[in-house]
Ligand binder design. Structure first.
Ligand code: NAD
Length: 290
């Protein structure tokens, strides 16, 4: 299949390479020369504009930084440029309202489009083990599924247009809040004189258990291997967690939802990032409580 891929950064680079490995003809574009050179090394054909890359495409996949960029790329250079038979798939993490707006504009112009944000970081993008949460019609989902399966381990239909983004930010709002709760509990346990391995052994099998505790324990040397064992480097950056929490707060405002824990998590991650820790893994927020 001829697939145009827009945005070949930390995530998109590995994803495009996996489409090539699955036998697709990938037509790549990124504003960065460096990202394009890497895509070429990985077997993509490279282009000097979005418009050129989408010519004759059967599908267009994007992995871009934010909603404003997604909206401008799709409205200016994809819609009306790619054949209307092309399936449009945006894998970026963006706000629900923009995802719906772009999906609607694509639909009006005769395209099928899905929002398909991912769970999993750079290692999962490179390894082809991402989880995709997909928003769009049943037909569009059926068409997107085999393309996304070449880049991930799970592809889940979340609902109509925008539902993929809604699932993504709700999930990450839980993650932000449970990570903070886990960090403050370990810090308190320490002050109360508990051995932290012992506390892990208890809580990971009791009602305090969560993914943040058992799969990503924020204490070095406790639980499975995690960024805590690597000086809080190389995982999911606090700045990206903050981005997702801001999107969740925006969605909550727009939907009139009360999200006090998510709001507090956003405040704490904002303070952590402002203190110069934006590039630190998000579990490093434990330092705030120690
Ligand atoms: P990145 O900054 O590494 O990559 C984004 C790429 O988009 C860059 O190469 C940039 O040059 C390119 N770009 C920007 N504007 C463009 C334009 N107008 N046309 C073409 N290319 C353009 O970011 P990333 O870490 O790859 O993240 C991409 C998306 O994935 C974001 O929405 C992010 O929230 C989401 N995400 C990231 C992670 C992660 O761990 N990094 C995990 C899950 C989801």
């Amino acid at each position: 299949m001829k697939i145009a891929f827009i945005g070949l950064g930390n995530m998109g680079g590995g994803m495009a390479a996996n489409l090539v490995k699955a036998g697709h003809e990938v037509h790549a574009f990124d504003l960065s020369e460096e990202a394009l050179a890497r895509a070429k090394d990985n077997g993509c054909a490279t282009y000097t504009s979005v418009r050129e890359a989408v010519q004759g495409a059967e599908a267009v996949v994007s992995m871009l930084p934010n909603g404003a960029i997604v909206e401008s790329v799709f409205s200016a250079d994809v819609i009306g440029q790619a054949p209307t038979s092309a399936l449009l798939i945006d894998c970026s993490t963006i706000d629900v309202d923009t995802a719906r707006k772009v999906g609607e504009a694509a639909g009006t112009a005769g395209y099928a489009m899905v929002d398909a944000p991912v769970s999993g970081g750079i290692a999962a993008a490179n390894g082809g083990t991402l989880t995709f949460m997909v928003g769009g019609s049943d037909d569009a989902f059926k068409r997107a599924e085999p393309i996304l399966a070449a880049m991930g381990k799970a592809v889940i239909h979340a609902g109509a247009s925008g539902a993929g983004q809604a699932a993504k930010i709700c999930n990450n709002m839980i993650l932000g809040a449970t990570m903070i709760a886990t960090c403050e509990a370990f810090a308190l346990a320490d002050r109360l004189g508990l051995d932290l391995q012992t506390f892990f052994d208890i809580s990971s099998k009791a009602s305090g258990q969560s993914w943040s505790m058992t799969a990503y324990c924020p204490v070095p040397g406790v639980g499975p291997q995690s960024p805590a064992d690597n000086g809080y480097q190389g995982g999911f950056a606090a700045a990206l967690m903050l981005k997702d929490l801001k999107l969740a707060m925006e969605a909550a405002r727009s939907a009139g939802a009360d999200v006090p824990m998510g709001q507090r998590a956003e405040e704490l991650y904002a303070a952590f990032a402002e203190a110069g820790n934006g590039g630190t893994d998000f579990s490093g927020i434990i330092k705030t409580f120690q």
